[in-house]
Ligand binder design. Sequence first.
Ligand code: ASP
Length: 320
Amino acid sequence: MNKMALAIHGGAGTILKSLMTEELELEYRNGLRNALEIGWGILQKGGNALEAVEAAVCELENFPLFNAGRGSVFTHDGKNEMDAAIMDGKTLDAGAVAFVKNIKNPIMLARLVMEKTAHILLAGDGANRFAREMELEIADDAYFYTEHRYQQLLKARDEGVVQLDHTVEEPELVEGATFPDEKKFGTVGAVACDSNGNLAAATSTGGMTNKKYGRIGDTPIIGAGTYAENQTCAVSCTGHGEFFMAGVTAYDVAARMKYKNIDIVKAAEETVEHLTKIGGEGGFIAVDSFGNVAMPFNSEGMYRGFVTSSDELTVKIYRN
Ligand code: ASP
């Protein structure tokens, strides 16, 4: 039996212990732990990588502290517009959705695009119409409203900046928010290797606070924010999306492994170096078909965790 592995992330950025309360840190850790346990349970029961990453990401979407599903950030117009993608490393089938609204679990919609349409990416009203046809759960605006996200939007609008989740120059509490206003990217993602050595990747996000109408990030772009291919690796990214698109970051890890014949850890290291060189901030999680995991990032921290057949479930937030 192949060594199994599951890794997840809940965003990268300036996540400093000095900005975190003990209670909040515990909440984050529990959120990550729950998602890992759900995905790992599926793999242990013989479920495949695709099921595991979908379930783990669903759990992270339902957790209000991460910028995906329920905790999505607000656009300039005060809306929650979400992107998500999923990819099967065995078949190279992929499905993605972009600027969808009121979808409780965008990752489920991405999977339906993959399985029920002849397309890879559906966007906007069309994607929402498809969700209704598939009778996927729709949630009202109130479900997506979180006070700290709204405060972030008001602040970003005031300052006239487009903010990557929680971006601020100085560590300070936003008035009225019960949330340390750190600089981080809050997208969620999961990658898995199942007992047959099959890989899958899934990523879901609310994008950037105060983003312009119609802005789509790297998350739903196959090869940029999400990629899976059994021959090499499965990757899910988080960070300043425009750079991940320009750097084709998720595929970059796979390409380095394939064309340079290097292992996942070395390839991941090189990809982050390249990302830094082109000015991008963030990180990603990656797994290969031997169950090896890499979780590099060039920011202060990244909410992340992993578990494999030979490593205990581990959750980490800060660099060290
Ligand atoms: N990569 C996401 C985007 O640019 C943001 C994030 O990772 O939080 O939409």
